[in-house]
Design a protein around this ligand. Sequence first.
Ligand SMILES: Nc1ncnc2c1ncn2[C@@H]1O[C@H](COP(=O)(O)OP(=O)(O)OP(=O)(O)O)[C@@H](O)[C@H]1O
Ligand SMILES: [Mg+2]
Length: 454
Amino acid sequence: MSEFDFNVLIVDDEPNIRSGLAKGLADEGGRIDTAEDAASALEAFGTHKYHLVIADVRLNCGINGIDLVKKMLYSRPQTAIIVITAHGTVETAVDAMRAGAFDFIAKPLDLNLVRQQVRKAKEHYKLQLENRRLRSQLAHAGEISNIIGTSSVMQDVFHQIRQVAATEATVMIHGESGTGKELIAKALHDLSDRSSGPFTAVNLGAMPETLLESELFGHEKGSFSGANRQKPGCFEQASGGTLFLDEVTEMPPKSQVDLLRVLETRTFRRVGGEQLQQTDARVLSATNKSVLDLIDDGSFREDLFYRLNVIPIQIPSLRQRRDDIPLLAEHFLRHFCERHNREFKQVAPEAMQMLSAAHWPGNVRQLRNVMERLLVTLSDNTIHAADLPVELKPRAATKSAAQMRPLADAVEECERETIAAALEACEFHRERTAKQLSISVRTLHYKMGRYGLH
Ligand SMILES: Nc1ncnc2c1ncn2[C@@H]1O[C@H](COP(=O)(O)OP(=O)(O)OP(=O)(O)O)[C@@H](O)[C@H]1O
Ligand SMILES: [Mg+2]
């Protein structure tokens, strides 16, 4: 017996080769199955986890062996595939290697040689396991990829990430806009067994219902006017990897029902398609809304919420981790120095204090944008308090009694600051800003004009 399972699937249309290989490899540990054609091979592949597939590329059936290799690697990229080629067909061997095969063996088969190859594949698999173990150790050791944060609330978040990353659990990430939800989703993917598979992110907030369906599930050629060819949807693209559903609470009601069904059955149909497709993508989602409120007012389905929110991770706002602000500010300065080829700038202590005390409605993204702008626009090598944008300056409420003024003025100032910060956080994207502020684009335009925010 070996120290770990190593399951092998043998695909060949000749019964002698199937039984010969199965017998010859019986001592390699793990389960050994055989299939006589591509269809039954794919069926077995969908049901069991194989570490190695040995397949004849000249199968007597619908699809050829190269397509079989592609299909298998598409759904499980870590699988080692050894193809059997007829003697002297170098081109097929090259095609197979290009398609991602691990190795090839020429007929007639030499059982000793096959065993050697299988051991090589096993060795490779062991290395993969070892890498994964090291990766998770690394994640336990300290910072996670490029996420900055030494505050205790962020350390807490990192702890949760490490706990759930390697599982298949469905995670819902909650947090205000700009807190780093997408970064966290990516970290969950990078630290998982699926890290060599795709990470597919889709923003469900910005899409009308009709487009959304085809975006998620794909469509068949001719399924609607403009569908000139078949297109795979996100669920297919994320196969073998992670699907990140951003702004999931913005989905229209009909799409919520569709998504719920996929999560429950793990199957879907392309728009205009008959055939049921399987998905094995791990689903992560994010929202910047209070979901319970949305459930209360009927705009988000409770059953879908419980499907998505199996493991909730709450990302604190930047205001709740002010300790991290100096670190983040310097991190972004350094980053943009390199990117824009500028000299590094110091942040004067009183400017840093002001950064640390600001309200940051746009959270880390707003801080990032502010640091980039300061770096690019200032010529001095030190950033002073006076250089900081007005919306970061202390709020009206802290002013002394001598500066008391009409309520309307205070309200206007507050409104101006809020809008300016939201614009900044949304990179001056009007629709997004309006949405974030829960006002219409028209109202936003009007107010921008009024406060001279252009
Ligand atoms: N802790 C962090 N360390 C370093 N960079 C960060 C951190 N948090 C966020 N960022 C950066 O801030 C920006 C915003 O992060 P991200 O897009 O992940 O936020 P979000 O929560 O998804 O926002 P939204 O709700 O608006 O989509 C990105 O450029 C990201 O790289
Ligand atoms: Mg995001």
